[in-house]
Design a protein around this ligand. Structure first.
Ligand SMILES: [Zn+2]
Length: 119
C-alpha cells in the first residue's frame, strides 16, 4: 500500500528530527470521505514495519473524522453528523445543494510517540 509507505517515511523523518530510535505508537486521522480502510491500513502497517528496526511492534491508532462542510449559500460551516449522511442541509439557512466539502478526504499524521532514549 503506497499510502502506508509514504506515512512511514514521514514517521521516520519525524523520528530523526526527534533523534528517537524507537517508535511506540502512531496516531493517524483520516476523513470519512477518504478511501482509507482501517483494517487494511493496520495490516499494511504491521507488515511494512515488521523488518524495520525501531518501528516494529509500534501500535497504530486510526481516528476517523467526520467531514466538514460549508454552506454554498450563507457560508456557515458545519460538520456532517454521521458519515452515511454527508450531504445534509445547512443548519443556518436550510440550503441543501451546492454545499462544499472542506475536509474529510485527507489523511494525516496526528501524533507519534517515541522512546527518546538514545542507544
Ligand atoms: Zn446556509
Amino acid at each position: 500500500m503506497a499510502l502506508t509507505a509514504s506515512l512511514l517515511s514521514l514517521i521516520k523523518e519525524e523520528m530523526e528530527k526527534a533523534k528517537a530510535e524507537h517508535l511506540l505508537s502512531v496516531r493517524i486521522r483520516y476523513g470519512s470521505l477518504s478511501n482509507v480502510v482501517p483494517e487494511a491500513m493496520e495490516a499494511a502497517f504491521e507488515i511494512q514495519t515488521m523488518n524495520m528496526p525501531g518501528l516494529q511492534g509500534a501500535s497504530l491508532e486510526l481516528v476517523e473524522e467526520l467531514p466538514l462542510l460549508a454552506c454554498g449559500k450563507c457560508g456557515t460551516q458545519f460538520s456532517s453528523e454521521n458519515k452515511s449522511r454527508v450531504f445534509k442541509p445547512c443548519p443556518a439557512c436550510g440550503n441543501e445543494l451546492g454545499n462544499k466539502v472542506l475536509s474529510g478526504k485527507g489523511l494525516y499524521l496526528d501524533r507519534i510517540e517515541v522512546d527518546d532514549e538514545i542507544g
